[in-house]
Ligand binder design. Sequence first.
Ligand code: DAV
Length: 354
Amino acid sequence: MPPRQALNSYTEWDPLNEVVVGTLAGGVFPTWQESMAHVVPETARSVFQERGGLPFPAEHLKAAEAELEALADTLTAEGVRVVRPEPMEHQRPFRTPAWESTGGLYAGMPRDLLMVIGDILVEAPMSWRCRYHEVDAFRSLIKSYFRRGARWLPAPRPQLADELYRTPGGDLANGDRWAVTEFEPVFDAADFLRFGTDVVAQRSHVTNQFGIDWVRRSIGEEFTVSVIETNDPHAMHIDATLAPLAPGKLLVHPERYVHSELFDGWDILPAPSPTLPDDWPMYFCSPWVSMNVLSLDPETVVVERQEKPLIEALTDWGFRCVPVDFRHVYSFGGSFHCVTLDTVREGGARKYLA
Ligand code: DAV
């Protein structure tokens, strides 16, 4: 029985009925800030410093948008209702009393910004200043979910003052591991994964303990939020480290994953290496977004068409793989899990973790 609620999504794998697919249209390079140095590829610094606020290369963006359209069509053909964000101007500079940004970024990665926990829609307080207004592209959708009965939980508006950031090479070298301090709650929603009544999070260069504590107390006692260790000095978003594909089946990054007793009894598959050529432009992230797959149900996964070793491993593991071309989207920082927000899945609040 499909759920009747406008929002109902407790896991990463229950049968998917409705999903938001992001758009990169109008996207611009981010305005550089030092805290990015810990997470983006080395080459990004000069690109963002020189081109922050300027449009992404037109041809590459066009190819990526075509891939996003093809993903939307594939999902529709699989019986999933697809919804899209509003077009939005990202090229306008903006400022607060404390800082300014030469532009925004995009509405391409709803996973970074929004999280559905049961019937609650959480808006994350993201720490990259250029992403301050990103939620506006999704506000029509969010208001519509609220009007249809969902709970709407925006995190406290962050100030993103200088005190939030550690200077790289300075404090970080003294044993403080992360680029963000505990000045105020910040997190990206993509540092959290849903396992029924359990939510698993990682600390990262965009998610502090204050942010995780805010999520824990705000979503209520029905849910348990656990923080796991990961072996990732560049940590930003947990979804190229762990990908739960079905109850008891966890795809992991072979080096970043550190076993947690939460997954005792789970079958754990290290993902094969990505197939992306070394010279492919990657402005934001590593080629390991290959494992950033989207589950359509506990037997079906959307996988990048050219990731043949991964497709083979998942097929051997009992999955039906739905191949979609997505390398041009990779360049902008994510793959199928990042560009989507699963708003309605079947199933309810069950316990899956030890
Ligand atoms: O492998 O660079 C990607 C996370 C995407 N949101 C990586 C992490």
